[in-house]
Design a protein around this ligand. Structure first.
Ligand code: BG6
Length: 516
């Protein structure tokens, strides 16, 4: 297990040598995010020279062809400034470091013979017997691939060598399937060999929530039901479903974003302080928090589906017109919900979560809304001008923390106006190039599971949203339509209005001003 000091030393030396086998080597995730992450790690000298990469996929192609197609994709990123990975120019040294370590193996995931060939290739790579199997594949392959790796003896850890498996989301599609998948993989793997990835935990701004809360003395005393009125968590996207219809139709916004990404933000903001920064200490607290979430009631959930509209001035089609989507689809592309955390810190504090595609703005943010000052001293000031305090933890696209408070307007009268102070990462730190997967890959190689999901937390997360999945499955009701480019269905506003609360507007706010 990693100690706190080992974690503090992370980032200063290369990870141990290993071969990383990417199942789905020809797929989107490998091209778009994993290769750029390896390139960034190589550029930061955080990979051992003996590291090797094997891509496994069913498409027949040679290593040369695979390398050329990855290089072409990497080069295309230099032309798209809006992508997750963008550099003006590829560093030829860092890319060739990665490129010369790549080997491709065309293989059928369902064929047991493929695993003998993977084993033979591993024996020849000479990276010391350490192997990470990265399952960047459709979820239906997770169980079968792990079974076959086990049957081929590739998961056995011998002579001090590690064998680890990274499993992407979605880990299950409901409580029963997540439990079944855990049982299946834990027949062949020890929990310590399993790394369940959620890329939100790879984001610096998400990890920084723990730093803000537990590295400072001033926040924890007020971070509880006595001072907090409510918390709202937003992951709003402007992108649509586009070419992911086949995946999205049976998935929808709830399964895609809530028990995984949004719950990561929720646990970071609401968990108890761990006693150390060791993986198990932190993951114990996260699991405790998730198990305290009351099962979400159907009446506290709103779902929506986008129709045609305009996003950033461009006309876009409605969800039902996207490729591989049924014209009568009832899949939600937006969900908003209210949940309760049943523990001493948070009893009675509503947590509101919302996420959606084709909304008016891209924003991932946690806003902690504090209660109003207990005594209204400034009677002459209009009530509306005296805003309760708020701390906004802005994860994407802004990387910032904003504290909103009231200040006196200069002049003879004692009048108040809402103002804000903002900490922007870029003002203080040189931000390292990151697509969010660098830390996850590096930590997995180092054997630090802190930023990965444990079986118990995954199952508790599905348990919290299971009543909604069951209720929707049984109901004939359709999601409420909303026009693309808007903040989402109006019922989501009513959900908060019932308690006199409101969502932060989704339109970009003028810098330094609180908009509520
Ligand atoms: C993925 C979801 O896991 O996360 C996508 O499948 C979503 O639908 C994406 O767009 C959001 O991640 P990010 O980092 O772009 O906010």
């Amino acid at each position: 297990m990693q100690t706190s000091s080992a974690r503090a030393a992370a980032g200063t030396r290369p990870a141990p040598p290993a071969t990383i086998v990417f199942f789905g080597g020809g797929g989107d995730l490998t091209k778009r995010l994993l290769m750029p992450a390896l390139y960034n790690l190589a550029g930061s000298h955080l990979l051992d020279p003996r590291t090797r990469f094997i891509g496994v996929d069913h498409v027949p192609q040679s290593t040369e062809q695979w390398r050329a197609s990855l290089a072409a994709t990497m080069r295309s990123f230099t032309r798209d400034a809006s992508g997750e990975f963008h550099v003006r120019k590829l560093d030829p040294k860092a890319w060739s470091w990665v490129a010369q370590r790549l080997t491709y193996l065309a293989a059928d995931f369902d064929d047991p013979a493929s695993y003998g060939r993977i084993g033979a290739l591993l024996d020849s790579t000479g990276a010391g017997g350490n192997v990470v199997f990265y399952l960047a594949v459709a979820a239906r392959f997770f169980g079968p691939v792990v079974d076959r790796l086990g049957a081929a003896g590739l998961l056995r850890e011998t002579k001090g060598c590690f064998r680890r498996v990274v499993i992407e989301k979605p880990f299950g599609s409901d409580l029963a399937s997540a439990q079944a998948l855990n049982q299946r993989i834990l027949k062949v793997l020890a929990e310590s060999q399993v790394y369940r990835a959620d890329h939100f935990l790879g984001k610096e701004t998400v990890q920084n929530i723990l730093a803000l809360r537990f590295g400072n003395g001033i926040y924890e005393p007020i971070w509880n039901r006595r001072y907090v009125d409510y918390v709202q968590i937003t992951a709003a996207e402007t992108i649509g479903v586009e070419d992911r219809g086949a995946f999205y139709e049976p998935t929808g916004a709830l399964r895609d974003m809530v028990p995984n990404h949004l719950f990561q933000l929720l646990t970071m903001v609401a968990m108890e302080p761990p006693t150390t920064f060791d993986a198990e200490a932190v993951r114990n607290e996260k699991a405790k928090l998730v198990s305290a979430i009351a099962p979400v009631a159907l009446r506290n959930v709103v779902r929506g589906q986008y129709r045609a509209g305009r996003v950033a001035g461009t006309k876009v089609v409605g969800y039902r017109r996207e490729p591989n989507v049924a014209r009568t689809s009832r899949t939600e592309t937006y969900v908003a919900l209210k949940l309760a955390i049943e523990n001493w810190r948070w009893a009675g504090v509503p947590f509101y979560l919302r996420t959606g595609k084709r909304l008016g703005a891209r924003r991932t943010e946690v806003a902690v809304q504090f209660k109003a000052a207990p005594h209204r001293l400034f009677r002459e000031t209009e009530t509306a001008a005296v805003m309760p305090n708020m701390i906004r933890l802005q994860c994407d696209p802004e990387h910032a923390i904003q504290t909103c408070f009231n200040a006196k307007i200069p002049g003879p009268a004692m009048e108040l106006a809402p103002v804000a102070t903002t900490f922007r990462y870029a003002d203080y730190f040189t931000e390292r190039p990151s697509v969010g997967y660098e830390t996850l890959l590096y930590d997995c190689l180092r054997g630090d599971p802190l930023l990965f999901q444990r079986a118990d937390a995954i199952e508790e997360s599905w348990a919290a949203v299971q009543p909604v999945l069951t209720g929707w499955h049984q109901s004939r009701a359709a999601p409420e339509p909303y026009a693309a480019g808007t903040p989402g269905p109006v019922a989501a506003d009513r959900l908060l209005a019932r308690a006199g609360h409101s969502w932060l507007p989704l339109a970009p706010t003028p810098s330094g001003r609180q908009s509520a």
